[in-house]
Design a protein around this ligand. Sequence first.
Ligand code: S3P
Length: 430
Amino acid sequence: MRSVTILQTKQSFSLLCDTIAPDKSISHRCAMFSLLSNQPSHIKNFLLGEDTLSSLSIAEQLGATVSKEGAEVTITPPEKLTEPNNVLDCGNAGTGMRLYAGLLAGIEGSFILTGDKYLRGRPMKRVTNPLLDIGAKIDGREEGNLAPLAIRGATLKSFKYHSPIDSAQVKSALILAGLQADSKSYYKESLLSRDHTERMLRGMGADISINDEGWIEIKPLNEPLKPLNITVPADPSSGFFFAVATAITANSQTTIKNVTLNPTRIEAYKILKEMGAEITFIEKENIYEPIGDISIRYSGKLKAVSVEKNIAWLIDELPALSIAMSCAEGTSIVKNAKELRVKESDRIASVLEGLQSCSIKTVEHNDGYEIIGGELQKATVNSYGDHRIAMSFAIAGVVSGMHINDIDCIDTSFPNFFDILSKITTIENK
Ligand code: S3P
């Protein structure tokens, strides 16, 4: 298990980030949605992280031919998805497992979805229950809640489902099932979660729309979709680590290039702006979704903030945002975020444990926490195998120095993270 030491540098920097990892959510969807076409999909800037490479391997196991030249990937779907002769390993990826569950629920054959020890401990009921209700045949430990999941493709009924959680993974799994159902289906959530699935599938020709009452209407496919032709934009949640580093380091500035500016993905930048950082969004194009640059400039000590709305729009960035909160003046509050408990780690517990080691005072709540801004101290923190915890504390190291145990997980989403970090600080023992 690798660990790393970040040396405190505290020196100002000016960073041009044009190699932030490609978007993980969009890359997963490229691997899966290409299977719904009958022609090759061309994807540029595919994320070569462990999570999304797992989704690509599963596409191959289902019969697709994948050719890869660096980050340029061509996926040629088979005429008909084939039953694989081995288990389908999603690695650490909740998105991989939940979306494939929805896709495979309606495909003829037997499929076993599994993953690493962390993923095998995460709740799958949120997708298996609504899928079982429409005729899917899925089983797993704890009555279908825990992977490995055994799926036997079945005929799926149409549905009208109001999800109790705002989750793009649940929504996407149900949309993929709805495309295979016997008639039109309807899906609703209280807050629109990230909508890459709707945008991409619509771009491929699927009949997916949202009505006046906020129900997403999904018409079953009657023919294969058009192939994808896409350059994956940079991932705003990966870029956000460097946004925080900038906002807590005096006289620094960063520009993140070619990142998705999808409104469901940039909420954390808006909160950082509310805390006092200078942040501008410059939209440059719109292909499936708005894409452009985000500029961040240090603008004095940050102020505490209260975060309780639009949680699904910043759930992935909360660990990094917590580092900004720990450097801010005053007490910051996070509420309505109990989803953090079931991410790659229990992120409420892992963030607070790390911050306490760094001498920051915190208060834990069931669905959130309070962080009393102070002075981060160098400490040894554990990532609990969670990429975002490891990277958040690496960023904290820029101002205080930090030793982080178990950093291999960073390869799931951001393999070149340390290459960029080394431009602004000194890294030992990698
Ligand atoms: C994702 C959705 C989010 C997010 C995850 C990626 C996706 O999870 O936290 O990192 O690609 O659909 P939930 O849908 O469970 O909130």
